[in-house]
Write a protein that binds this ligand. Structure first.
Ligand SMILES: Cc1ncc(COP(=O)(O)O)c(C=O)c1O
Length: 394
């Protein structure tokens, strides 16, 4: 018999879809994957070589729970260089990807019944990670243009509010929160004394002018209220290496360290050496990848906007589009009415052989989430097939 904790948590819908599509492909189906939230690029060669070298040197044992000092120092340098916020290695802990960092951070700060504000549409895992930590997700809709609705956020703050979970650039909307809205969030966090959990895993994927803003950089007081989470997964095409990190006040890091010492002992040793190379050596592969993503985004936005019944806001960051397909719902495939985004995603999988995630998984019903983590050829073929499939609905 499973615990209530497990029963109360939904499995990740994106992971489930990924597994299902993988099975279809194994059976020989040619499905184009717009569902996968990971770069289709290879991990750059020099990063792989650092792991090979570490393995040859026998660097294959447990490491400190917090992660190797060399990596935590490289992260401090990176945070100062890129994000203009100064941390010491005692304020950094390495985790098995940003997901595990988020989980450990929530476990470290939440008491049963504590509330965590989550603006939505949001990444599928946030609500479940909060519930796993015995917290209560408090969902607040973003504005029509996917920006933060500050008055709506302030209106749900109570004396139980423990944190807000922010993700900019955003999965699934592609929104990049403005400096003024981040300053407002910082003001609320100080006024009402709650933490800002800032998930910055897509920080390098920005397509407008300007760079990513880390909320912790605003002031010493804001930094003390911020739990900054980042990862190498997306930036360096290293999803399988499972390296993320948290930068936060030392007390929180010590709490997370206690949890991790009992749960994982330490993070993969070779991946940590590879991460040092990623952060300290050439950043050219990242720039090239972002340039390519921008081309794909521009192309896909134009194609989606050209489809009848589809409207698509411009994505400013990350590598996702969240087009609204509401005007296509209610149409028929033969006798079957396509009533909602789940049915639309099924229809497109069957008829266009493209895999997309129903927006409802991110609390955006009537939408579909596309990741442009495919070659241009695949994107073109996928868009053609989708346009034709939508055109067959009556
Ligand atoms: C917003 C967001 N945060 C965190 C993660 C997890 O990243 P990692 O591979 O570092 O665990 C993802 C992955 O899709 C994500 O979209």
């Amino acid at each position: 018999m499973l615990s209530d904790r497990v029963k109360n948590v939904q499995p990740s819908q994106t992971t489930e879809l990924t597994n299902r599509v993988a099975r279809l492909r194994e059976q020989g189906e040619k499905v184009i994957r717009f569902n996968v939230g990971e770069p289709d690029f290879k991990t750059p060669e020099h990063i792989c070589q650092a792991a090979v070298w570490a393995m040859e040197q026998g660097f294959t044992k447990y490491t400190p729970v917090m992660g190797i000092l060399e990596l935590r120092e490289a992260i401090c340098e990176k945070l100062e260089r890129d994000n203009h916020v100064r941390y010491s290695p005692g304020e950094i802990i390495i985790g098995a990807g940003a997901k595990q960092c988020l989980s450990a951070a929530l476990l470290a700060i939440c008491n049963p019944g504590d509330e965590v504000i989550i603006p939505y549409p949001c990444w599928v895992s946030y609500t479940e990670l909060v519930k796993l930590a015995d917290g209560v997700p408090v969902m607040v809709p973003c504005r029509e243009d996917f920006s933060l609705d500050i008055p709506a956020i302030e209106s749900v703050v109570t004396d139980k509010t423990r944190a807000i979970l922010l993700n900019t650039p955003n999965n699934p909307t592609g929104a990049v929160y403005s400096e003024s809205s981040l300053r407002e969030i910082a003001r609320l966090a100080m006024k009402h004394d709650f933490y800002i959990i800032s998930d910055e895993v897509y920080e390098k994927f920005i397509y407008d002018e300007g760079e990513h803003i880390s909320i912790a950089s605003f002031s010493k007081e804001v930094k003390e209220r911020t739990i900054l989470i980042n990862s190498l997964s997306k930036t360096y095409a290293m999803t399988g290496w499972r390296i993320g990190y948290t930068a936060a006040p030392a007390e929180i890091i010590r709490g997370m360290n206690t949890l991790q010492s009992q749960i994982v002992s330490s993070i993969q040793s070779l991946s940590q050496k590879a991460a040092v190379a990623a952060l300290t050596e050439s950043q050219k592969p990242v720039e090239e990848m972002v340039r390519e993503f921008r081309k794909r985004k521009d192309y896909m936005e134009e194609r989606l906007r050209g489809m009848k019944g589809v409207s698509c806001k411009s994505s400013k960051g990350a590598f996702y589009l969240l087009p609204d397909v509401g005007a296509c719902l209610g149409k028929k495939d033969g006798e079957t009415v396509i009533e909602n985004d789940y049915m639309m995603a099924e229809y497109l999988l069957k008829e266009a052989k493209i895999a997309v995630v129903p927006g409802s998984a991110f609390l955006a019903p009537g939408h579909l989430r596309f990741a442009y983590t495919n070659s241009m050829d695949e994107i073109k073929a996928g868009m053609d097939a989708m346009e034709m499939a939508l055109g067959r609905l009556v």
